[in-house]
Design a protein around this ligand. Structure first.
Ligand code: ZN
Length: 342
């Protein structure tokens, strides 16, 4: 029996916005907290693998050559701020290239049948990075690199990305909004930074209907997330027929997170992971998670461990509650995916 795969690289710890931005929440301690908890539990039995660096060509699957060069050149010049909160230090290009490469290696291993589930746990995060714009702590969009690689080179026809980070995955949306081979379903707290992610944004051209924004009100917790997975994500996945499911796994929807106002617990993330694991099993496709946000290091560490337990096979699916948020979302999505809303 294959073990779940955990990808990481020491360069993740060398990207440090605290060099220039005191109090920055996206700091190396996030990863140290995760690895302390996992090391104490022998990595939950997962197989650890190194996250290789993405090549320039691989990064250019999701970004313009100009963007990749700009991030590299700023690092090589000693580093600097891209905006008031996004740091590209002298080690940051390397860290971001390994973060993208970890996600890419995860997709590669899953599509080669080496495991059913896995997690790339690296930083900086990626889902705010647009084709030619670093923002929101993100330099390269790791999950977008992985999804684009899966379609371009790994034999996947379709990839489903579920983004459960509390912030809108604007970068991932920008990269795939015109495509029908990557379906992005993104759940975010409505009204918070970066301000995008309206339910009206559904993609463009051949990608119309393949961007599914699911804004949720402040205070939303377990019931809302589980009902959205049950009423929207699972039926969509069934109709779309992905060869791979990737999770943009941010943990800032945790009730202890300092940057947002949702109400999930670590155990709730574990249950969400169980539901997505079971969805993958029903469809016969692997499930990979890629770390995004999460800014309370203890809550982040516990939530990552709970997610790994769920992905790794612990726990059972539960009957999802009914919520008005999910009912309304299912009605909206039915416009593009009639067969999914039964
Ligand atoms: Zn976030």
């Amino acid at each position: 029996m294959t073990r779940p795969l955990y990808f990481s690289d020491p360069s993740s710890l060398e990207h440090d916005p605290l060099e220039a931005m005191p109090g920055h929440p996206e700091q190396p301690e996030r990863l140290r907290a995760i690895e302390r908890v996992l090391a104490a539990e022998d990595w939950l039995g997962w197989e650890r693998r190194p996250a290789p660096a993405s090549s320039t060509a691989e990064l250019e699957l999701a970004h313009t050559p100009r963007h990749v060069a700009a991030i590299r050149e700023l690092s090589e010049a000693g580093g600097g701020a891209i905006d008031s909160e996004t740091w590209d230090g002298r080690n940051s290009y390397r860290a971001a290239a390994h973060a993208a490469g970890g996600a890419a290696a995860l997709a590669r291993a899953l599509l080669a049948g080496e495991a059913r589930t896995g997690f790339s746990v690296a930083r900086p995060p990626g889902h705010h990075a647009e084709p030619e714009l670093a923002m929101g702590f993100c330099l390269f969009n790791s999950i977008a690199v992985a999804a684009a690689l899966a379609v371009a080179e790994l034999g996947a026809s379709r990839v489903l990305i579920l983004d459960w980070d509390v912030h809108h995955g604007n970068g991932t949306e920008a990269i795939f909004r015109g495509r029908d081979d990557v379906l992005l379903v993104t759940i975010q707290q409505e009204g918070i930074w970066p301000g995008t992610g309206s339910a009206r944004d559904v993609g463009t051209g051949p990608g119309e209907g393949f961007t599914v924004n699911l804004p949720v009100p402040a205070g939303s917790g377990r019931d809302v997330f589980l009902s959205l997975i049950d009423r929207v994500v699972a039926p969509l996945a069934g109709e779309f027929g992905p060869d791979l499911i990737l999770i943009s796994a941010g943990f800032d929807a945790h009730r202890d997170d300092p940057l947002a106002g949702l109400a999930l617990t670590s155990e709730d993330f574990g249950q969400m992971a169980v539901e997505v694991r079971e969805l993958g099993a029903r469809l016969g496709v692997p499930v990979g998670a890629v770390l995004e946000g999460g800014y309370s290091p203890p809550a982040l560490a516990d939530s990552v461990a709970a997610t790994m337990r769920g992905l790794g096979g612990e726990g059972e699916a539960v009957a999802a509650p009914e919520t008005a948020v999910a009912d309304e979302a299912a009605d909206r999505v039915a416009r593009y995916w009639p067969a999914a809303s039964t």
